[in-house]
Structures are given as structure tokens and as C-alpha cells.
Ligand binder design. Structure first.
Ligand code: XMP
Length: 511
């Protein structure tokens, strides 16, 4: 197995730090995001072929601004500074930075000099800027290789030491040929060969996992979500006799979800899958509970209890596998702190399973890479492209008391909604869409009878990271079909509404 070619991306708190790391991976080179507080020694430990310094919100000359260990420039590895990263580089290596007369925000015309960094890039091009400070003086061996109307040094180079800087953001789509510039840096200057593909990832991981797991037992909580599904398929490919999956059916799943998981993993993939049917237990514990947080806590706690019961039957295992992915563990940003996965259905598991070690085969991957791996492994699209589904499931989409009847209504309405979205070709355009059964009943009329039935709410949102979301403008004809079908096909629903609030101030889920 070849050593992983790595570009280390040093994060100075820019909005686009993650994006830079993603772009590098998109051009088939592995990248790691590290906080700016990382020492040169630490950065060296990744054995990088190149280093990229991101932008950041501060001025390099203001008190308390983020610095870099200057030894980073002596590692003998090419460095590319972007925006703040370029200014910091210039300042650290003998140049000067000050606030410019004119700020540059948004699209700006640039003129590049002849330089390998701009090979194949049009000489006069437009780039995306976001700065007021600029480099005003260069240190020894530096030269300007790009300028704009307002900024003399929009790109700089020290060819001797292979240290470069661009004031603009090559990683954003608005910079013309920005990807070509990143490619030039990564391939021509750092000498990458482009070995980071999901095909090679699968091969390498299968080899590693086989070595590690042969003759051992590994337990995985399979939720049917993308991460745990891909994790299961990967381990199954490496070492089928080692893997045991437990799938907890808490009775709060969507229509046909359990059947789908069993069909794919048991029938197709021949995985040793244990389904724990605990729907009655969950319903009992949730009886008469209406507070959303109380519901979440009960569901989380019962999930762990059910899993514990199954784990006890299995006995001691060597490994507990988890579908943790890169955004769950990446240490980035100004705080330099790791984001800890708070997903309830994995959070408490380590304490109830008797195991030696946790394995997380997907921890280097971004979500879209996990999906590519899923396809490589032959998982069906309906699993690989599955939209986010909360751990507490339909439990937080039944407003008020959770009853069997309300769950049935919700499942049917939700199924119709998803079916119509798919038929309208919108499923890959809407990030998350689902139905909610409100706790409201109102008067309607059906035939000659008055009805007093539930209102179902439909919700469709687009989001990048679930922190903010916009409601999706589903065409009226599609909403019309959904509404018609739901009131006609689902008993006890006489009103359908569409949620047109964004997050904030609303949340994506109703509870
Ligand atoms: P909200 O409703 O907070 O949802 O805007 C943001 C995203 O998180 C999902 N979500 C959850 N996921 N356990 C989970 O695993 C939960 O308790 C939970 N609550 C919300 C939600 O579906 C959306 O994608």
C-alpha cells in the first residue's frame, strides 16, 4: 500500500477552510485540515507534499492575530498562502502588510505574470477577493506574480523556497480557473500523482481491515443511514465472517425502512444482521409524553438499553465499529477544538459493549466521499443518497403524544410526499423533506360528512450543514398532487399545509 500523499491545510478561521480541503480531495489528493496552532513538528508528522494556509478574519498586524510557527517555511515543502495566509507569509518572511486604500470585495479583474502556478490559466482573468489589508512590501527572494487595479501584489512567489501566495480565493467557484491554480500547486509544484480516489481508498481499507479483523469479532450498530451502512458494507467486504450488525427497530422508522435495510444487508450483502424489534417497548416508554426533549431522551436511553441487551447476548467482541466521518472529528478553526459527534444512537454505545477497541474506517472521509465509497461497494442509491434522518426518527415528527395511530398516519403521508417528490424529479434537489403530523385537528367535509381530523405539515429544506436552512420552493402542481393524494389515501387527515419558514428562526424538525 502506497503512502498517502497529503496536503496539510492550516486553518486560520476562514469560512472557506473546509472548502479548500474539499477542493484538494476533489482533485484526488488527500488533505488534512489542522488548526493554525499546530507546530511545524506536528505538520511535518503528516509527511505532507505541500501546505496550504487558509484565509482568516483578522489583520496580520493586529494584536493577538493568529501566527504560524515560522519553521513551517523551513520544512522543505511547498507552501501556498491564501488571503490571510498570503499576508501572514509575506509578513513572517520579511515583507509588510498594511490596510489598503481601497478594499477589494467580490469579483475583481487580475493580471497574472508567467508562472508555473498559472500554467494554462488565462493571463487576464477574474478572481474572488475578500480583503482590505494588502501586502505592500516583499521579503528577500519574493516577487509579484499577479496584480489588480488596487493591489500591486495579488499573487507572490519565492521560487527558490517554493513559497507562494494568492490574495484571492482559488477555492471558490467565482474565481475563474481557480481549480486549475490549485491543481498547478498540488500537481506541478508539490508533485502529486493523484492517488486519492475512492477506488484506492476501498482497496487500501479492505487490506487493512482484513489484516486487523481476521479471526476477530466486530460489532456495528446499523441504523440504515449512509455512514453506518457504508461502514458495514466496507467491513463486510474485508472480513465477512467477523462482522455482526445490530439494527434496532424502535418503531419510529419510515414506511418500509426496516424491510429495506433487511433486504439490502441481509439478502443482498449477506451480512450477519440482528434486528431487535423494540417498537412496543419504545411506545410504552413514550406513552403520554409530549415534551420534545423528554421524547428525545427516552428514545436515546431506550436505544442504548436495547442495544446493550443484544450486545450481552453476543458477548465479548474485539472491536466496536462506528461510522464516524471526518467532519465529526476534524480539529479546525480558531478554537482548534474537535467537533464531537452527539448523535444519540452511537454516543452511549461504548459504555454498554464489552469490547477491546473502537474502529472507525471512515474517519478520514467527507460525506460525499463516503457516498462514493458506498457506490464503489455496490450499495443501492436509495441507501447511499439517503437524506438525513434524525436518530429519534418519527418520534420528533409526531407532535404531542406518540400513538400507533398517529405514527401510521404519518408514515403513510410521508411515504406519499416522498413518492411525489421523487416522481417530480426533485429528490436530489431538496436536501431534506418529510411530513409531520401536527397535534391539531380541525373540521373538514368529506362527501356528505363533516370530519374532525388531523393536519399534516410537509417540510422541504435546502441546507449545507443543517445549521441554517431555506425552505424549498416546491412547485404548486407538485404540492397539489401531494395534498390530494394524502387527503384521499390517508385516513384521518383532512388538511395539508406546507411549512414556508427557514432556519433560523424555525428549526428543520418541528420538535
Ligand atoms: P434541526 O431541527 O435542529 O435539525 O434544525 C438539524 C438537523 O439535525 C437533524 N436532527 C437530529 N438528528 N438526533 C439526530 O440524530 C436528533 O435528536 C435530531 N434533531 C434534529 C434534523 O433531521 C436535521 O437534519
Amino acid at each position: 500500500m502506497a503512502e498517502k500523499e497529503t496536503i496539510v491545510v492550516v486553518d486560520f478561521g476562514s469560512q472557506t477552510s473546509q472548502l479548500i480541503a474539499r477542493r484538494v480531495r476533489d482533485i484526488n489528493v488527500y488533505s488534512e485540515l489542522v488548526p493554525y496552532t499546530s507546530s511545524a513538528e506536528k505538520i511535518k508528522s503528516y509527511n505532507p507534499i505541500g501546505i496550504i494556509l487558509t484565509g482568516g478574519p483578522l489583520s496580520t498586524f493586529e494584536n493577538g492575530s493568529y501566527k504560524i510557527d515560522p519553521e513551517v517555511y523551513n520544512l522543505g515543502v511547498p507552501v501556498l498562502g491564501i488571503c490571510y495566509g498570503m499576508q501572514l507569509t509575506a509578513q513572517t518572511l520579511g515583507g509588510e502588510v498594511s490596510t489598503g486604500k481601497n478594499a477589494e470585495y467580490g469579483k475583481v479583474e487580475i493580471e497574472y505574470a508567467d508562472h508555473p502556478l498559472f500554467d494554462g490559466v488565462k493571463k487576464n482573468n477574474s478572481v474572488w477577493m475578500n480583503h482590505h489589508d494588502q501586502v505592500t512590501k516583499l521579503g528577500k527572494d519574493f516577487k509579484g506574480i499577479g496584480k489588480t487595479k488596487n493591489t500591486k501584489y495579488s499573487a507572490i512567489a519565492n521560487d527558490k523556497k517554493k513559497i507562494y501566495g494568492v490574495q484571492f480565493h482559488p477555492e471558490v467557484a467565482h474565481t475563474e480557473q481557480g481549480i486549475d491554480i490549485l491543481k498547478n500547486f498540488v500537481y506541478k509544484i508539490c508533485g502529486a500523482t493523484g492517488s486519492w480516489t475512492m477506488n484506492s481508498f476501498v482497496k487500501d481499507q479492505v487490506e487493512l481491515l482484513r489484516k486487523k479483523l481476521t479471526g476477530k469479532k466486530v460489532l456495528l450498530a446499523l441504523s440504515g443511514g449512509v455512514d453506518s451502512s457504508v461502514c458495514a458494507a466496507l467491513i463486510q467486504k474485508a472480513c465477512p465472517e467477523s462482522l455482526i450488525c445490530v439494527f434496532v427497530d424502535h418503531g419510529l422508522l419510515r414506511k418500509y425502512e426496516r424491510e429495506q435495510v433487511e433486504e439490502v444487508f441481509k439478502e443482498q450483502f449477506k451480512i450477519n444482521l440482528i434486528t431487535a424489534d423494540a417498537s412496543e417497548r419504545f411506545l410504552k416508554k413514550l406513552k403520554n409524553k409530549t415534551d420534545p426533549e423528554a421524547k428525545r431522551k427516552i428514545i436515546g436511553k431506550q436505544f442504548i438499553k436495547v442495544f446493550e441487551k443484544e450486545a450481552k447476548k453476543i458477548g465479548k467482541v474485539d472491536f466496536l465499529a462506528q461510522g464516524t466521518i471526518y467532519p465529526d472529528v476534524v480539529e479546525s478553526g480558531v478554537a482548534g477544538s474537535a467537533v464531537i459527534k452527539s448523535h444519540h444512537n452511537v454516543g452511549g454505545l461504548p459504555s454498554v459493549v464489552d469490547f477491546e477497541e473502537i474502529i472507525e474506517p471512515l474517519r478520514d472521509l467527507y460525506k460525499d466521499e463516503v457516498r462514493k465509497v458506498g457506490f464503489e461497494l455496490g450499495l443501492p442509491e436509495k441507501i447511499v443518497m439517503r437524506q438525513p434522518f434524525p436518530g429519534p426518527g418519527l418520534g420528533i415528527r409526531v407532535i404531542g403524544k406518540i400513538t400507533k395511530e398517529k405514527l401510521e398516519i404519518l408514515r403513510d403521508a410521508d411515504f406519499i410526499f416522498r413518492d411525489e417528490i421523487e416522481k417530480a424529479g426533485l429528490s436530489d434537489k431538496i436536501w431534506q423533506y418529510f411530513a409531520v403530523i401536527t397535534n391539531m385537528r380541525s373540521v373538514g367535509v368529506m362527501g356528505d360528512h363533516r370530519t374532525y381530523d388531523y393536519t399534516v405539515a410537509l417540510r422541504g429544506v435546502n441546507s449545507i450543514d443543517a445549521m441554517t436552512a431555506d425552505w424549498y420552493k416546491i412547485p404548486y402542481e407538485v404540492l397539489d398532487k401531494c395534498s390530494n393524494r394524502i387527503v384521499n389515501e390517508v385516513k384521518h387527515v383532512n388538511r395539508v399545509v406546507y411549512d414556508i419558514t427557514s432556519k433560523p428562526p424555525a428549526t428543520i424538525e418541528w420538535e
